[in-house]
Design a protein around this ligand. Structure first.
Ligand code: ATP
Length: 484
C-alpha cells in the first residue's frame, strides 16, 4: 500500500479559518495525489475543527479519494519540541513499516520538518520525502513536486538528535524516580555531585538510565550552571570523534571551513557525558588519557593546547574490567575514569513492585506531557501482561511503550491494544538462544558481503561498525575469505 503522511499547515492551508485552495495540502490533491491512503496529522489532542474542515473539503472536492482520508491526533505538547515530535512520528512510522510511505514535508512547523528528516534518515524504512514548490516560484505557474534526496545513514537517530539539541535536556526533581534498588546508587551520586571534577564510570545495560543518572549528578553539582553535553562515542570513527570532542581549526581537514569548538569547549564549566566509552579505539583511549592526566587537549590542526574544565562521566554497557583483562581497554584509562563507579541494575533485577512504580511514574509523566485531562487507564489484563514481559530494553522500553499508548489511545488500554510481541507467551522465548542466533547471523552476513564489515554492519542494523567489530571478537568469528 502507498501511504501519504503529512501534518496540515495551521496557517498556509487556511485563509480566514476556511480551507485555502492554494494551500499545500489542497494543491497536493489537485495535482499529485495518487496514494491508497492519506493520514493527516494534527498536533492537538482531539476536536480540531480545522482538521475536520480540511478533511470534509477534500472529501467533497475529490470524492474519489474520500475513503482514503484519515485524520490522526498526535497530541504534541509543544509544536517546536523536535524530540517529542520525533518520538511520536517514529512510533507511527514503525507501525506502518510494511507499506511504502511518502512523507509530504511542506506543511508543518520547522521542527516537524526536521523530525521527518531524522526519521527518514535513520529508521531505514521505505520512506520518501516530498515537498512542493509554490506556483509563484515555477515557470509553469503550477506547483511542482520535488523529491528530497537525503541519504539514509547508519548513525542512530538518538545520536543525531542528541547532537543537534545539546541544550534541550531539562529535568526537574520529579523526573527522577528513585526506587529502593536505586537508592544506594543515587545516594552515592549525591556525594559525588558535591565534588568538583571527580570522574565517574556508570555501568549498566542499555536503557537502564545511565544518562539520566549522569544528568542527575550534573544538576546536583556546582557545575549545574554550565552545560551537560552527551555524546555517544560508538557512533563515530576516530577522526570524527576527535574533532567533535576537541574541536578543530580552519583548514584542519577537507570541509573544515571555520574554526569550530568541540564538546570540551562547549561543556566548559559543566559536565561531559561519554556514552559507550568501551567502544573507543586505542588511539582515542590514548587521547582521552592525556586529557585526564594533564588536563590539556589540542584541537585538531592546532599547535596550542587548551585547558579542560569539565567533569567527565563515562558510561558503558560492557564490563570494562573484562575489556581491560582482554587487552582491549587500557587499565590506566580505566582507573582514571572509574574514580567513582556506579552500577545500574537491569529492570528484570528490580522486581515487580518497582516495575509497577515505573509504570505509574510514566503514566503520570506522559499524561502531563500529552496534556491529557485524564490518566490512561490500563486494564488488569494489561498489567498482567506487562508483569510477565521481561523488558530487555529496560526503563527506556517501558517508557516508550507508555508513550506509544498515549499516542494511540485516549482513555483506556486493553490487552488486545498491546503490540503482539509483548503478549506472546514468555516460554516461546525462554528457550531461545539469542547469542548463537546472533553469531550465526553475523557469520552469514560477513560471508554474504565477502567480509565487508561496513556492508554487513548496515545490513544487520548495528548503529556503528565498532559494535560489529566487538561482536566479531566476542563471538570469536573467523572467516577464511576476508576482504575488507
Ligand atoms: N530513575 C529514573 N526515573 C525516571 N526515568 C528514568 C530513570 N532512569 C531512566 N529513566 C528514563 O529511561 C530512559 C532511558 O534512560 P537513559 O537514556 O538514561 O538510559 P541509558 O542507560 O543511558 O541508555 P543507553 O545505554 O541505551 O544510552 C530515559 O528516557 C530516562 O528518562
Amino acid at each position: 500500500m502507498k501511504i501519504l503522511l503529512s501534518w496540515y499547515a495551521f496557517k498556509n492551508d487556511f485563509v480566514d479559518a476556511e480551507v485555502d485552495t492554494n494551500g499545500p495540502t489542497y494543491q497536493f490533491y489537485q495535482y499529485f495525489f495518487n496514494h491508497d491512503r492519506h493520514i493527516i496529522l494534527s498536533s492537538m489532542t482531539g476536536e480540531d475543527l480545522r482538521l475536520e474542515k480540511l478533511i470534509n473539503r477534500l472529501s467533497l472536492d475529490f470524492p474519489a479519494h474520500k475513503d482514503k482520508l484519515e485524520g490522526r491526533y498526535m497530541a504534541i505538547r509543544d509544536i517546536i519540541d523536535m524530540p517529542e515530535i520525533k518520538t511520536k512520528i517514529e512510533a507511527l512510522l514503525l507501525s506502518l513499516q510494511a507499506d511504502q510511505i511518502d512523507l509530504f514535508i511542506s506543511p508543518g512547523t520547522p521542527a516537524m520538518q526536521v523530525a521527518w528528516y531524522f526519521c527518514h534518515q535513520s529508521l531505514k524504512l521505505p520512506t520518501t520525502l516530498y515537498q512542493t514548490r509554490a506556483p509563484r516560484f515555477t515557470k509553469t505557474n503550477r506547483p511542482e513536486l520535488v523529491a528530497v534526496d537525503v541519504e539514509q545513514s547508519v548513525i542512530p537517530v538518538s545520536v543525531l538528535v542528541k547532537e543537534g539539541l545539546q541544550d534541550a535536556g531539562h529535568t526537574d526533581a520529579s523526573d527522577y524516580l528513585i526506587t529502593p534498588t536505586l537508592k544506594t546508587v543515587y545516594d552515592r551520586a549525591d556525594k559525588l555531585a558535591q565534588t568538583d571534577k571527580v570522574t565517574c564510570l556508570i555501568q549498566g545495560a542499555s536503557g537502564t538510565g545511565k544518562e539520566h543518572l549522569a544528568r542527575y549528578i550534573h544538576e546536583h553539582s556546582e557545575r549545574r550552571t554550565g552545560k551537560f553535553v552527551a555524546i555517544n562515542c560508538s557512533a563515530f570513527g576516530d577522526s570524527l570523534l576527535e574533532s567533535r570532542l576537541f574541536g578543530y581549526e580552519k583548514g584542519a581537514f577537507t570541509g573544515a571551513e571555520k574554526r569550530t569548538d568541540g564538546f570540551f569547549d562547549i561543556a566548559k564549566g559543566g559536565t561531559l557525558f561519554l556514552d559507550e566509552i568501551g567502544d573507543i579505539t586505542p588511539y582515542m583511549q590514548q587521547s582521552l588519557l592525556r586529557v585526564l592526566q594533564t588536563g590539556d587537549y589540542t584541537p585538531v590542526g592546532s599547535t596550542k593546547d587548551r585547558k579542560s574544565d569539565v567533569r567527565i562521566i563515562a558510561a558503558t554497557h560492557q564490563s570494562l574490567r573484562e575489556a581491560c583483562g582482554k587487552g582491549r581497554f587500557r587499565w590506566d584509562l580505566f582507573y582514571r575514569l572509574s574514580v567513582a563507579e556506579l552500577r545500574l541494575p537491569a529492570l528484570s533485577e528490580r522486581g515487580q513492585e518497582e516495575k509497577r512504580a515505573l509504570l505509574d511514574h510514566f503514566l503520570r509523566k506522559k499524561q502531563q506531557i500529552f496534556r491529557r485531562p485524564k490518566r490512561l487507564v490500563l486494564s488488569t489484563a494489561v498489567y498482567r501482561a506487562l508483569d510477565q514481559y521481561q523488558f530487555p530494553g529496560n526503563v527506556r522500553e517501558l517508557e516508550n511503550l507508555i508513550e506509544s499508548l498515549y499516542v494511540f489511545y485516549i482513555d483506556k488500554v486493553d490487552v488486545d491494544d498491546l503490540p503482539s510481541w509483548l503478549t506472546q507467551p514468555a516460554d516461546d522465548l525462554a528457550s531461545f538462544d539469542w547469542s548463537s542466533h546472533e553469531k550465526e547471523l553475523i557469520r552469514k552476513a560477513l560471508i554474504y558481503f565477502s567480509g565487508n564489515k561496513a556492508k554487513a554492519c548496515e545490513a544487520l542494523g548495528y548503529g556503528s561498525i565498532n559494535t560489529l567489530v566487538n561482536k566479531i571478537r566476542q563471538y570469536d568469528i573467523t572467516l577464511h575469505n576476508k576482504a575488507d
